[in-house]
Design a protein around this ligand. Structure first.
Ligand code: SF4
Ligand code: SF4
Length: 420
């Protein structure tokens, strides 16, 4: 079946009202109808009916979407444009083939050993192709590499991945929840300290923390390029890894991984492969963000933050905004003794990363990000916190390129410091 067939009914629900034009970061930047949800839906319908050719221009137009979901949340008819874009990209990939980037990515994502070896080599060679950014833990590319433009801020690859730092089962108190921690690639290979903080905080409130060894990439990078077959393959492995244990919650500290488990597994894989729908729904029902779970379990920040009076602001990752996980981080940050929480303008606006969007459309991605950097600067915050390693990377790139000194951290890192 042509993938777009599975969202045919949803596409017909677009009444062309244009409300989405006011809420699409890509349209704000490019000002062209194919960039906005209404244009994307029209394009997808034309692809399905065969009215337009799946040529390079169609491909490029359909690639200009962050899958941020802002249009979905604001659409009066609940048109799931992100799902339509994914189905359109999958259809185009079937008609024209995957891009060379996504062909290479498929091989890496599907093979955990290649990924581990790649991360190990990257950790060794990175000083050759990158230089240290003073005052940060990141690096800047000395010259362009395939798919990556020069001058970018890139975080260091961890010398020891998160999954190698902890046992599979960290026992907690018998009457407290048993949780499965889904780390995701960015926490595993780039920001293991975020995973360490999650484990410490969840263990600190008595949870038994299980880190299933067989877990893979959530598959979102493959899905965003229309490679839904690889997305399914990875999802199936993750379903099996998570189903192996009895647990009350499946916890993520990466908003994007959480968005995959909670949203795209049932919405994309469940529809494309109905035989997996029940298992996807079961995982989605238990999926929760670590910060939300800490709030549910009554966690309160301690008094351990060294920098008293630290001025903090918070950036909402799109995948948490879509799950309405916006109050809990703010409530916890307002409870940090001695801290000052300030709201920035447009805190819930996309940072411009959009997964592989940032690789294909770096200029547009950074133009969207420039508004975020300006809002952070205007807030006067010394530190900007967020709940997604991908957002951390993008915020850091934008701030570093503009010479803004505001630090970027995951909210769990700060919360862990308060109780240390
Ligand atoms: S996608 Fe929704 S908001 Fe946009 S034009 Fe269609 S119905 Fe209106
Ligand atoms: S998902 Fe985001 S980038 Fe894509 S059309 Fe909707 S608002 Fe625009």
């Amino acid at each position: 079946m042509v993938p777009l067939k599975r969202v045919e009914k949803e596409m017909k629900e677009c009444v062309k009202c244009g409300v989405c034009r006011a809420h699409c970061p890509v349209f704000t930047e490019l000002g062209r109808e194919p960039a906005v949800a209404r244009g994307k839906v029209a394009l997808a319908r034309a692809i399905l009916s065969g009215r337009i050719k799946p040529d390079a221009r169609t491909y490029a137009d359909m690639s200009k979407c962050l899958l941020c979901g802002n249009c979905v949340q604001k659409c009066p008819n609940d048109v799931p444009t992100d799902e339509i874009v994914v189905a359109a990209r999958e259809t185009l990939a079937q008609l024209r083939g995957l891009t060379s980037f996504h062909k290479a990515l498929r091989q890496i994502l599907k093979n955990r050993i290649i990924m581990r070896i790649g991360a190990f080599i990257a950790a060794i060679v990175s000083p050759l192709v990158m230089r240290k950014v003073p005052g940060s833990s990141g690096l800047r590319l000395r010259f362009p590499l395939p798919f990556i433009s020069g001058g970018r801020f890139i975080p260091k690859i961890a010398s020891k991945p998160f999954m190698s730092r902890h046992p599979v089962i960290i026992p907690g108190e018998a009457e407290k929840p048993r949780i499965l921690f889904f780390a995701g690639c960015m926490i595993n290979f780039i920001y293991p300290e975020v995973g360490d903080a999650a484990v410490a905080l969840l263990g600190g409130v008595g949870c038994t923390v299980i880190i299933p060894e067989e877990q893979q990439c959530c598959g979102l990078p493959a899905m965003s390029g229309g490679d839904v077959a690889t997305f399914r393959e990875l999802a199936e492995k993750n379903l099996a890894a998570l189903e192996k244990y009895q647990a009350d919650y499946i916890v993520t500290a990466c908003a994007s991984c959480g968005g995959a488990l909670h949203g795209y597994y049932p919405a994309v894989i469940g529809k494309a492969y109905p035989e997996l729908a029940g298992r996807c729904r079961a995982v989605a029902a238990k999926a929760v963000d670590a910060v939300s779970l800490l709030k549910i379990l009554g966690f309160k920040p301690g008094k351990g933050v060294a920098d008293a009076g630290i001025r903090m602001t918070y950036h909402d990752p799109c995948h948490l905004r879509r799950r309405n996980s916006t109050k809990e981080p703010r409530e916890l940050l307002r409870g940090v003794p001695g801290g000052v929480f300030v709201e920035m303008e447009g805190a819930d606006a996309c940072c411009g990363l959009g997964g592989t969007f940032n690789l294909y459309h770096y200029g547009t991605s950074m133009a969207i990000n420039a508004r975020k950097s300006a809002a952070i600067l205007k807030s006067g915050a010394e530190i900007v916190l967020t709940g997604c390693p991908g957002c951390m990377l993008q915020l850091n790139d934008g701030l570093q390129q503009k010479g803004i000194k505001t630090r970027v951290a995951h909210i769990l890192e700060l919360l862990a410091r308060t109780v240390r």
